[in-house]
Design a protein around this ligand. Structure first.
Ligand SMILES: Cc1cc2nc3c(=O)[nH]c(=O)nc-3n(C[C@H](O)[C@H](O)[C@H](O)COP(=O)(O)OP(=O)(O)OC[C@H]3O[C@@H](n4cnc5c(N)ncnc54)[C@H](O)[C@@H]3O)c2cc1C
Length: 349
């Protein structure tokens, strides 16, 4: 049973067509996720820039239409029955290198975090000891990290090389506070433009309360429209090497996955179990003996036991059941309940 009757669909279709956007009905979502899983979206629209995204969100908010935004779908498992919502696939290629005057303009900041922003801005005029100059790049949230990193290199701009090879959009990276090694995406966010059910507004990075795997967006229904990233301009040779290294590392990970499925152990948990590492892959492999475990088409990766991969025709239910199986084993054998690092969306009951 869908909540969208013909009248509502007609209204949405009419509005989308006025925005030059096509509304798809019952559109399979597996094609929009890296793991290649997901039932249909009752309605789906693809936006190609931040302005279009803002117009769609403003419309759905006025009409109280249930919706969800995806970037590259690299951190989600969508249930087999799909989502009875308007799904917005946020795609863009747009970014702009700001002049110092533009970067200092602070467009309509509404959150009182001026002191910190001022500090960041002071840094803008500083030369780093490596000769690099700070620079601000405004990026639409639907922009893919991989292409952005390379296009910025061509213009002598670096600072995102740590994330090379991660299949994320900028919006998804802010939402998850994506990290690699010791670098987290939140550290390069300076400002962002968001829209919630009331209006669009600009915030500084403090608003997001970034910490490991967390931004405030996990608890608030606000959509990121664009982000100002604080990067560097200078010789990109070393940054390119880092990017190539990280890209190679990432390409060895299971691509038909949603990234690491389980969070690593806390230091307290590691000590309690007397393990040499807090790596959840080590726990799954060496302690639980579940490396290579299979349910249907879902498998605990042989190469990276923290990943659940789709071997061909996995269902969301297969992934969910495998996740539960590992978690049940962790609980019974170690007393530890593992936390998900992927989001299961839709119904699994
Ligand atoms: C092979 C592989 C390797 C990976 N390696 C890493 C890694 O090293 N580090 C890491 O942190 N992650 C990693 N991931 C996971 C994933 O790439 C990141 O979590 C990434 O940040 C998700 O971005 P996305 O655009 O795909 O988000 P999606 O999966 O599309 O969405 C994730 C969540 O963000 C929300 N969201 C998306 N866009 C917006 C927006 N504009 N505004 C508000 N909310 C939004 C969605 O609603 C959803 O809840 C990996 C994944 C894969 C497949």
């Amino acid at each position: 049973m869908t909540i969208f009757n013909q009248q509502v669909v007609g209204l949405i279709e009419h509005h989308m067509s006025a925005l030059n956007l096509s509304l798809l009905q019952n559109c399979p979502l597996h094609q929009f996720t890296t793991i290649g899983i997901g039932g249909p979206a009752r309605l789906l629209v693809q936006t190609k820039n931040a302005a279009a995204l803002e117009q769609v969100i403003a419309f759905v908010n006025v009409h109280k239409i249930p919706f969800r935004v995806f970037g590259h779908g690299s951190n989600v498992i969508i249930s087999d029955e799909g989502l009875d919502e308007l799904v917005i696939i946020n795609q863009s290629e747009n970014y702009k290198i700001l002049t110092k005057a533009e970067a200092n303009a602070l467009p309509g900041i509404t959150i009182s975090q001026y002191s910190n922003v001022t500090l960041q801005l002071r840094e803008l005029s500083e030369k780093k000891s490596d000769g690099a100059e700070k620079i601000v790049v405004r990026v639409d949230s639907g922009t893919r990290l991989e292409s952005l990193i390379n296009r910025l290199f061509e213009q002598g701009i670096y600072g995102l090389e740590w994330f090379a090879g991660i299949p994320a959009t900028v919006g998804g990276a802010v939402y998850t506070n994506m990290d690699h090694g010791r670098k987290s995406f939140g550290a390069v966010v300076r400002l962002a433009r968001l829209i919630d059910e009331k209006s669009a507004f600009t915030v500084s990075s403090e608003y997001f309360q970034f910490r490991e795997n967390y931004s405030i967006l996990r608890d608030k229904k606000a959509v990121v429209l664009w982000v100002d990233l604080l990067l560097k301009k200078g010789d990109v040779t070393h940054a390119r090497q880092i990017a190539e290294h990280n890209f190679t590392l990432k390409s060895l990970q299971p691509q038909r996955s949603a990234g690491v499925a389980f969070r690593n152990l806390t230091e307290e948990q590691r000590l309690r179990l007397n393990l040499p590492t807090g790596s959840v892959g080590y726990l799954i492999d060496r302690i639980l003996g579940l490396r290579g475990a299979v349910i249907g088409g879902a498998k605990i990766s042989e190469d990276h036991a923290a990943f659940i991969e789709n071997t061909g025709h996995a269902t969301a239910r297969d992934v969910y059941n495998l996740f539960q199986k590992v978690n049940a084993a962790a609980r019974s054998q170690t007393g530890i309940s593992l936390e998900a690092d992927i989001s299961f969306l839709g119904r699994y009951d």
